[in-house]
Write a protein that binds this ligand. Sequence first.
Ligand code: NAD
Length: 461
Amino acid sequence: MRENLSPSDITDLVGLYAQADFQQTRQAIQAAELAQPLWAAAGPQRRAEALDRIGTELLARREELGRLLAREEGKVLPEAIAEVSRAGHIFKFFAGEALRMSGEHLESVRPGIEVDILRQPVGVVGIITPWNFPIAIPAWKIAPALAYGNSVVFKPADLVPGSAWALAEIISRAGLPPGTFNLVMGRGSVVGQALAESESVRAISFTGSTSTGRHLMQVAGARLARLQLEMGGKNPLVVLDDADLDQAVECAVQGAYFSTGQRCTASSRFIVEKGVYQRFIEAVEVRLDELRVGHALHDDTHIGPVAEEGQLRQNLDYVDIGRAEGARLAYGGQPLSRQTEGYYMSPALFVDADADMRIAREEIFGPVACVIPADNYEHALDIANGSPFGLSAGICTRSLKHATHFKRHAQSGMVMVNTPTAGVDYHVPFGGTKASSYGAREQGHKAMEFFTTVKTAYTHA
Ligand code: NAD
């Protein structure tokens, strides 16, 4: 059993959750293997109805589930409710996609022969997720997996079993054949490892850190499993002299600090042109002063606690590293005490950072950002692209020329013009380049690429 404590108040016990062992994970994989042909044969109508039912319940219960999510993960209540709504919309979107799963029909280059390109389920899919979006990320993997006729073994992050349990309970009542969907809670090194090793798990969709992604590549990749890895980010926000300053500050603060900076798409590098550099920093500091850090369930909180003690320690260590590297800490970066004991810290802003510093290169995954000066647009683009990661990149400018150039040349899977690097739609592809992503894109219609396999059939009539 594992104690699930609220990061806003560590005396608040959210629940006690089971931890599966290797053998129990094997049992779940076997159940999924037996059920998968039944689910594939159930047809698109039944699959669409099941997914639609899940989506409807998530939407109807968004306040209640949002409260649970905020309590166990620490994001503020409005963000948590929005996340549950998003999960509901995702299930409804993929209910429609189940009906649109399509192949192609062509004439052969040889007379009398016809060619069908068929889309088929992959089989048993392992789904491994992080703690920062405890309902939305599982939803955007589970919904397409089920829509296209796969069975699922779902391993959530250890830190957020409550949200995973609530989602699984809803799915369990949606009319799937027993064994089609399996929740296995437990340690990554046990449950995740069992999924990575099992020959019966034909595909693994993973979101988490780059180091765990690389490990899965070595274990599951070595046995030629299909892999979809969504990993870390170090997302740049470029601010040019001609930007609307208020808009740029809002993009920066929203993108870097909301959700306590715990978003893979969070901006952590502000690359700012010289003419606006000082005014930008002053305006960000003013805006940060207005933000209240506190209990995730309190009405007046803008930024909740860090999700866990280890992550808080890591964030504060990076504040020390930044100082030692010679960047100037212009704002925050301190542990905070509140009425309840939790993992609170003030948002941190480093200025006069250098692109080579560790705080400008490594993913911190907390409310810590740095400002790097740039001579001009070309210099800013160079800095933005000089990262091992490539998830989301943003620019604030009024110049159509620079915005268009940036959209084409930013080395990232997602590009944002005059809007924060974090915050994406649920019906379009999501993913990155370089060390941020590996494999086919997630979400939207493109999700079919990963969750189906292509078969080419020749018929001589
Ligand atoms: P993590 O890599 O520690 O854990 C992710 C999942 O992998 C968890 O369920 C964990 O239990 C499991 N795991 C751990 N070791 C494993 C192993 N040996 N075998 C199989 N599974 C194992 O990541 P985290 O700390 O939960 O999440 C934070 C990270 O997630 C950050 O790096 C963040 O950027 C990333 N993230 C990426 C995206 C994206 O879409 N690119 C979205 C959200 C979070």
